[in-house]
Design a protein around this ligand. Structure first.
Ligand code: PFF
Length: 472
């Protein structure tokens, strides 16, 4: 007999869980780095516009597809288009992508855990030295952290949607908001912080070009956890009494506010560290920023708050990002887990075990691809250079397939499932949806310019990454 599908216990639980997925390393690190490099407020404005005008309709489409079909992404595509339709290819992609993204996200989460422990145990001085990061990622300790983390995430996922994911989000998300506000408030009291705020809030439009626009869109897409089947899966656990569009708006708002506050924390901190800083010099990679540059900034705080104060600040920051990463990671893995449960009728425990073991093997392959094992470090040549296994996972799944998945969702919802069905689903639990501005906008956007833009982003990324041709 089919088990009854789980549901989020409450509207707040659902919103916190979806916000838990959305708020992650992307908001706390990716967004501030991009904002710093691309004109501060100008980037912020473009980003916010993309969230509202492009991402929100896609988010609404994904959630309603999930709630309507009560399935994981593969099941959702199949139940609407039939078992043999080519659309199920979209379902497969929406399963494999989160699984592979979980692999690279897990590597970052392992490092965050290591840095948190490093800061707590008084190692901040060493952590701010130039060679530390390279040694750290190739030391044996990372495998211990990986073991601990895999177990922790396995236990959460095995506890289910209500008792695992929803409960975790209800505890971690409010703690995260409080920590973020407290850290931001503290940074703003430091000398020179105002320079950072000025940089962040006064737009510099000259730094904006087409490639910045592209970065803003990818950032917004990733940040809201779109194109990954997550919102289809989470949508399938939402009760029919809730308004899907209302929930999506809340999640987008929370996610964007967290990104905004993270900018308000990191940019002033950079200027406190060095008021003369030329932001062009900041590394383009968020990974380099968080693991090599931030420890230096934190250490420099010892001038005003002493070494212990600086270590507490650094520990709180790494813990904050670690919490955000865990709630995101759990959501990514829930997608293939729900597929194993629905399609293969595996028990939750067996799904968690099988997927956890496969993921752990791929994570290990990624973790040894930073020079430790040559085969994985020089895995494949493309785009004019040799790339590691980690690079490959990142380039293929994060950079390239995400916009493709978004495109497929739009086309599927509008041209296969059809507008009237979408409208009908969105009216369930929301009396005011029919005839609203949101309804008109969502229908228009999803059938016209949103897929066109996603197609453009997909093609330009393929050309850039794999053929070395830049069209910007
Ligand atoms: N949205 C998360 C972040 O901004 O870090 C990352 C993420 C989570 C991406 C879940 C994709 C996903 F499915």
């Amino acid at each position: 007999m089919a088990e009854k599908r789980e549901q989020f216990r409450s509207r707040l639980g659902f919103i916190l869980a979806a916000a838990g997925s959305a708020v992650g390393i992307g908001n706390l690190v990716g967004f501030p780095v991009n904002a710093a490099k691309s004109g501060g407020a100008a980037f912020l404005i473009i980003y916010a516009a993309f969230v509202v005008f492009i991402c929100l309709p896609v988010m609404i489409a994904e959630m309603s597809l999930g709630r309507n079909t009560q399935r994981n992404p593969l099941g959702a595509y199949k139940s609407i288009a039939g078992d043999n339709s080519v659309w199920k290819f979209g379902g497969w992609l929406a399963l494999i992508t989160p699984f592979m993204i979980a692999v690279f996200y897990q590597v970052l989460t392992v490092w965050l855990l290591g840095y948190f422990i490093g800061a707590v145990s008084g190692n901040l001085e060493a952590m701010s030295q130039p060679g530390y990061f390279g040694d750290f990622i190739n030391a044996n300790g990372v495998f211990i952290y990986l073991g601990v983390l895999t177990l922790l995430i396995g236990v959460i996922l095995n506890s289910g949607v209500q008792n695992g994911i929803e409960r975790l989000a209800k505890v971690l998300m409010p703690s995260l908001f409080i920590m973020l506000i407290a850290l931001t408030a503290f940074v703003l009291t430091l000398p020179n912080a105002l320079k950072g705020i000025e940089f962040y809030l006064v737009p510099e439009f000259s730094k904006i070009d087409l490639s910045t626009v592209n970065i803003a869109l990818s950032q917004a897409f990733f940040s809201l956890s779109l194109g990954m089947g997550i919102l289809i899966t989470y949508g399938s656990y939402v009760s029919k009494k809730e308004s899907v569009a209302g929930g999506a708006k809340m999640v987008a708002m929370v996610d964007t506010s967290v990104a905004f506050f993270a900018g308000l924390l990191i940019l002033p901190a950079i200027f406190v560290f060095n008021p003369q800083i030329n932001t062009d010099e900041l590394s383009s990679s968020s990974v380099a920023l968080v693991f090599t540059f931030l420890p230096k900034i934190f250490l420099s705080l010892q001038g005003s708050i002493g070494f212990i104060g600086a270590s507490i600040f650094a520990s709180a920051f790494f813990l904050l990002v670690f919490f955000a990463a865990i709630t995101s990671q759990v959501s990514i893995l829930q997608v293939p887990i729900s597929a194993f449960q629905d399609q293969l009728k595996y028990s939750r425990f067996k799904s968690v075990l099988v997927l956890g073991a496969c993921a752990a093997l791929l994570v290990i392959a990624s973790m040894v691809s930073f020079g430790r094992v040559e085969f994985f470090s020089e895995f494949l040549a493309y785009g004019g250079k040799t790339n590691s296994f980690f690079d490959l996972v990142y380039d293929v799944f994060y950079e390239t397939i995400l916009p493709l998945n978004g495109l497929i969702v739009c086309l599927f919802v509008m041209y296969r499932w059809r507008k009237s069905k979408l409208d009908q689903e969105l009216s369930v639990g929301d009396d005011r949806y029919q005839g609203s501005f949101t309804q008109k906008y969502v229908n228009f956007a999803l059938s016209t310019f949103v897929p066109a833009i996603l197609l453009f982003v997909f093609v330009s990324t393929v050309l850039l990454k794999f053929a070395g041709i830049s069209i910007f």
